[in-house]
Design a protein around this ligand. Structure first.
Ligand code: HAM
Length: 490
């Protein structure tokens, strides 16, 4: 039975009562203040995942597997080294890098104190952790650019809905040590290559430049001046943002705020000459690559560490959800801000849950694992024992094979073999187990031969090769092992 959503839904909300007893306190020799009384506490245990978190069941894995393969292939092709980071870090790492007034810091972090009293957080993103690791391991001495690829779960306590989860998966590509605009274009090129290889169409890149923290001050003043006079029309949250972090108002999803900021001053008009030149070069490189992009002057991204280039990857399909499949930008000041040496950096993250949703929506083919061409069937206790070793011999020699060791009847095993559409079935019965032989049945021609177990690997490989040659010459061959044959064998 395939394990899928439906199967699981049947189990939904299975609640069981668990009885937990409170630990009995050790009685201290002199002063026994508490009677050693066992208190029964009844607790309801809900057998379901937490809201906004979910199991990715075997049914869905072929899409994830395709994504994983494309990502690791792209990382290798573009010279990225893999790095795995902890899921939990000191909370102040995020507080210092992501910025007050951002949704992540204000309301989405999973914060808690450890038993040792450390204030920690489940990572709400990976860039801060990456920079921490870069500084901690002195990566600055390595030849530049240092390219790092990381993937795994991140946690944001947001309002869950389709495409928005409290635990979601990201793949991050980041480059450290170079500030040239060509790296910005190369980053977008890589992101585009990945979404293309994933089979996604109708993808657009939105780009913008938000300059440096110094020039941003002038921009923020202009933005506040513009919005101050119409403050009453902003949502409550944005009225607070006006004081704490005005640029985040451009991120607000409330209609009234979107309308109000439609004609707000734009960061591009406040860029310093170097940032302006950087952006101009970046666009020239993108034009050269003929990548589909548009300038979105409202794009500021929801994290405070970005400088200059920011971008987002969006599906432009009108039937699709209008959410970002990925995003990133430059963060030239972050490493320095965290106490490292001044190091320019650029990167992006793809939201894998959304990528998979988009793959399914646009009917992209999932990954198909190679299918076994050989089945190993056994009959009787002695044959069963021998089969375990033979399976291992074949598998170690590169033969992809299937079995059904748990089944005793040959008929039911052959039914499995037939369903799998294998080319060869190896049969070990009582006699073969005693003689140290095996029957090799060619499921395509219907012929069979008996070989010694010593020669089994060699004979199977020879037959597979011969079948392959025939397939290439004559086109696909059919498995002619019929249901009637199975009856005979029983
Ligand atoms: P971000 O835009 O916050 O960037 O997240 C990256 C991607 O993660 C988003 O574009 C989206 O596809 C996905 N995502 C975000 N929140 C959720 C959610 N609640 N459920 C499902 N998917 C979600 C960053 O995290 C930056 N650290 C990216 C970066 C890397 N910048 C430089 N290097």
């Amino acid at each position: 039975m395939a394990i899928n959503k439906k199967t699981m839904q049947a189990k939904k909300k299975t609640a069981v009562k668990a009885t937990k007893s409170t630990p009995v306190k050790k009685a201290v020799a002199k002063k026994v203040t508490q009677p050693a009384k066992q208190k029964q506490v009844e607790e309801e245990m809900l057998l379901q995942a937490l809201r906004g978190m979910r199991d990715i069941l075997p049914d869905e894995q072929p899409y994830w597997e395709r994504a994983r393969r494309v990502l690791t292939h792209a990382a290798t092709e573009y010279g990225f080294s893999r790095i795995d980071l902890p899921t939990v870090e000191f909370a102040h790492l995020y507080l210092r890098s992501i910025g007050d007034g951002t949704d992540i810091i204000d309301k989405e972090m999973y914060l808690f104190n450890t038993r040792g009293g450390d204030k920690v957080a489940l990572r709400p993103e990976m860039t801060a952790g990456l920079c921490r690791a870069y500084i901690e391991h002195g990566m600055g001495v390595l030849p530049k650019p240092i390219k790092l690829f990381s993937t795994g779960p991140v946690f944001r306590y947001d309002r869950p809905q389709e495409g928005r989860y409290r635990e979601h998966y990201q793949a991050n590509f980041d480059m450290f040590g170079e500030s040239d605009a060509i790296l910005d274009a190369q980053t977008v090129q890589l992101a585009f290559r990945v979404v293309q290889q994933l089979g996604l169409k109708n993808i657009e890149f939105q780009v913008n430049s938000i300059g440096t923290p110094e020039t941003r001050k002038d921009y923020e003043k202009a933005l506040v001046r513009y919005l101050e006079s119409q403050k009453q029309k902003l949502c409550l949250k944005c009225r607070e943002r006006l004081l704490a972090n005005p640029m985040r108002i451009l991120d607000c999803k409330e209609d009234k705020c979107i309308q109000l900021t439609a004609h707000a001053p734009q960061s591009l008009d406040y860029l310093d000459p170097d940032s302006r030149e950087h952006f101009k070069k970046f666009l020239e490189y993108l034009d050269e690559l003929e990548l589909p992009y548009s300038i979105n002057t409202r794009l500021v991204r929801g994290l405070d560490y970005y400088t200059r280039t920011v971008f987002e990857i969006r599906s432009t399909d009108k039937d699709g959800k209008n959410y970002s499949l990925g995003g990133g930008g430059r963060y030239d000041r972050l490493i320095e801000g965290l106490g490292g040496e001044s190091t320019p950096a650029i990167g992006f993250a793809l939201g894998l849950d959304r990528i998979v949703l988009e793959m399914k929506r646009t009917q992209v083919k999932p990954y198909h694992p190679p299918q076994p061409k050989v089945f190993l069937a056994q009959l009787g206790e002695m044959a069963k024992k021998k089969s375990l070793r033979l399976f291992s011999d074949l598998e170690k020699n590169g033969v992809l094979l299937a079995e059904s060791f748990g089944r005793g009847s040959l008929k039911s095993q052959l039914r499995v073999a037939n369903r799998l559409g294998v080319e060869i079935t190896i049969i070990i019965g009582q006699k073969e187990a005693l003689d140290e032989t095996a029957i090799i049945k060619d499921m395509i021609s219907g012929t069979q031969e008996t070989v010694t177990q010593e020669k089994l690997v060699e004979s199977v490989k020879k037959l597979l090769k011969a079948n392959q040659v025939l397939t290439i010459k004559d086109g696909p061959r059919e498995n002619r092992f019929s249901a009637a044959d199975q009856e005979d064998e029983d």
